[in-house]
Design a protein around this ligand. Structure first.
Ligand code: NAP
Ligand code: ZN
Length: 346
C-alpha cells in the first residue's frame, strides 16, 4: 500500500517534521479516509511533549479529523467512497463491555483505542490526523454534513463533543448560570453550546482583549479574572463552571464563584495535580466533577445538532509548516479560536 505522508514528533524534544509511515491494511470493516482538515487540540501539545505520560514515538498527533472516504472494506455498510467523514479521539474499543454497549466507548473497560499515541488492538502504534490519510473501523467513523464549512467542522470532533457532552449530561440550559473558564478551543465551543441550550453564559478569561469576541460568540457576560472587582461581582453566582484551562490555576478561587450546590466541571488537564482544600467544597455543598470527550452516538448527535443549528468552530486555517508557531501561540492563549491544518499543504 502507498505510504502515508505525515508530520511527526520523533522525540519530546524535537519539533514536528515530515515523516511517512506504512498505513494499516483496509480490513473488511474499515474505512480509509483522505484527510482534508485536522484541528489542533491542546492535547496534541501535552502529548508530544510528554506532559502527561511517556508517549510512543515517532508520534503523529491529531484527533479532530475531517475528510473524504477513499476506500471501504467489503463489509462496510454505512459509508461509501466519496462520503464526507469525521474521526475524533477514539478509533476502536472492545465493543462488548457495559460502557461500550451503553454508547460510552470512551470509558471502555478494556480501554478504548486512542486515535494516536496508543497501541491498537494488534499492538501497533496508532497515528493521528496530521497526515494524508487514516484507516478506521466504520463503527468509529462519523457522518459529516456537506452544509457546514469543513475546516470549522474538524474541531467539533474533539472540542465540540468535549463541551457538548457535559452540558447535556448535567442538563445545563434555561434558568442556569454557566461560566466558561478559558476562551480557547474548548472554551469557545462551550460558549456556543451553552448559548444554544439557553443558559446565561459568562466567560471567565485571563485575556481582557477577548471581550468583544466572547460577546460575538454569544456570551452574555465577560469577566477578566485578573480584575478583583469584576470577580467580586460574580462571587457565589454560577450553577455550573466548565473549566477548560490547560495550565496550573487557582481552583478554590473558581469554586468561590459557584452558588450553593454548584458544580465545577473539569475538562482541561493541567499536568500537575490540583490543590483543593476541603473547605472550598464543604461550605456551600459544592461539587467538583470531570468529563472526557463523549461516546460515538453522542458525537454523531452533536454533529447533527451543529448541522441543524449551523454551528462550527471559529478557525484559523494554517499550513502544516507553521504548526510549531501555532503551538507557541496556543500556549500564550493567542488562538482565535482553533487552528485547523489544511492537509492539502502537507
Ligand atoms: P486552548 O485552546 O489552549 O485554551 C485554553 C485557554 O485557557 C486559553 O486560551 C486561555 O484562555 C486559558 N488559559 C491558559 N492558561 C491559563 C492559566 N494559566 N490560567 C487561566 N486560564 C488559562 O486549549 P484547548 O484545546 O481548549 O484545551 C484545553 C484543555 O482541555 C487542555 O488541557 C486539553 O488537553 C484538555 N482537553 C480535555 C478533553 C477532555 O476530554 N476532557 C478534550 C480535549 C482537550 P483565556 O485567554 O480566555 O484566559
Ligand atoms: Zn482534543
Amino acid at each position: 500500500m502507498n505510504q502515508t505522508k505525515a508530520y511527526a514528533a520523533q522525540t519530546p524534544d524535537t519539533d514536528l517534521a515530515p515523516w511517512t509511515f506504512e498505513p494499516r491494511e483496509v480490513g473488511p470493516h474499515d474505512v480509509q479516509i483522505e484527510i482534508l482538515f485536522c484541528g489542533v487540540c491542546h492535547t496534541d501539545l501535552h502529548q508530544i511533549k510528554n506532559e502527561w505520560f511517556p508517549g510512543m514515538f515517532p508520534m503523529v498527533p491529531g484527533h479532530e479529523i475531517v475528510g473524504r472516504v477513499a476506500q471501504v472494506g467489503a463489509h462496510v455498510k454505512n459509508f461509501a467512497v466519496g462520503d464526507l467523514a469525521g474521526v475524533g479521539c477514539l478509533i476502536d474499543s472492545c465493543q462488548h463491555c457495559v460502557p461500550c454497549q451503553e454508547g460510552e466507548e470512551h470509558f471502555c473497560v478494556e480501554g478504548a483505542t486512542q486515535t494516536y499515541n496508543n497501541p491498537n488492538r494488534s499492538g501497533n502504534p496508532t497515528y493521528g490526523g496530521y497526515a494524508s490519510a487514516i484507516v478506521v473501523r466504520e463503527e468509529f467513523v462519523l457522518h459529516v454534513s456537506d452544509k457546514l464549512d469543513l475546516a470549522g467542522v474538524a474541531p467539533l470532533l474533539c472540542a465540540g463533543i468535549t463541551t457538548y457532552s457535559p452540558l447535556r449530561h448535567w442538563k445545563v440550559g434555561h434558568g442556569h448560570k454557566l461560566a466558561v473558564v478559558g476562551l480557547g478551543g474548548l472554551g469557545h465551543m462551550a460558549v456556543k453550546f451553552g448559548v444554544a441550550f439557553g443558559a446565561d453564559v459568562t466567560v471567565l478569561s485571563t485575556s481582557s482583549a477577548k471581550e468583544q469576541d466572547a460577546k460575538d460568540l454569544g456570551a452574555h457576560h465577560f469577566v477578566v479574572t485578573k480584575d478583583e472587582a469584576q470577580l467580586a461581582a460574580v462571587r457565589g453566582s454560577f450553577d455550573f463552571i466548565l473549566d477548560t484551562v490547560a495550565a496550573d490555576h487557582d481552583i478554590p478561587l473558581y469554586l468561590s464563584l459557584l452558588k450553593i450546590n454548584g458544580t465545577h466541571i473539569l475538562l482541561g488537564v493541567p499536568p500537575k495535580p490540583l490543590e483543593i482544600p476541603a473547605f472550598s467544597l464543604i461550605v456551600g455543598r459544592k461539587s467538583i466533577a470531570g468529563s472526557m470527550i463523549g461516546g460515538i452516538a453522542e458525537t454523531q448527535e452533536m454533529l447533527n445538532f451543529c448541522a441543524e443549528h449551523n454551528i462550527v468552530s471559529d478557525v484559523e486555517v494554517i499550513d502544516i509548516k507553521d504548526i510549531t508557531h501555532a503551538f507557541e501561540r496556543m500556549v500564550k492563549g493567542d488562538v482565535r479560536y482553533r487552528f485547523a491544518i489544511d492537509m492539502a499543504t502537507l
